[in-house]
Write a protein that binds this ligand. Sequence first.
Ligand code: MG
Length: 220
Amino acid sequence: MKHATFTDGSSPIPLNTLFCVGQNYAEHAKEMGSTVADTPVIFFKPVNAVVTDGAPVIIPAITTSLHHEVELTVLIGTGGRDIPRSSALSHVAGYGVGLDMTMRDVQSAAKKAGMPWATAKGFHTSAPLSPFVPAARVPDPQALEISLAVNGALRQRTSTATMNFSVAVLIEYLSSVFSLESGDVIYTGTPEGVAAVTAGDELAAELHGLVSITHRIVAR
Ligand code: MG
């Protein structure tokens, strides 16, 4: 069983469902040839796709276009259904940074065919995930900065203030459709600047001033 860990050494909790949000930043939607939707675009990754700091990300044999997507991650501490946005943040145990690794060629083919994204998004090692900063240390999740460097060169950087659907709104929406439970993680979407990586690349993702992770890309 995989666990969420905390930067302050609090007891780890078992990971449950990995909810992922698509196209939550206007500039990324634009670079994908799309616009932000009226309601959040949701997909899943399997929990066993999670890899922790330092673990390799393996390029699947079926892709020639593995992309990085750096994202703010949100760990649910207290579950529920129909959680209003006004109290949503009280359900959060912590905030972190993750990578929604994506086989862009496989995703594009699926989009074109009207087929699901599960293969493109949920493959083995597709979900790098940092330890979580306890929510008490984060007064406003929309006032954070996330970034990604590849081999030391900055590729993505944004303030979470530019998210289309805020963390509170995402929790309200998800809990109106699904049952949220302790150990669920929300990957909240990526800003612009996604691009391909190749074997040997080193990815450094950071939630500024709070936590960071490093992952090397390896060939299968
Ligand atoms: Mg994403």
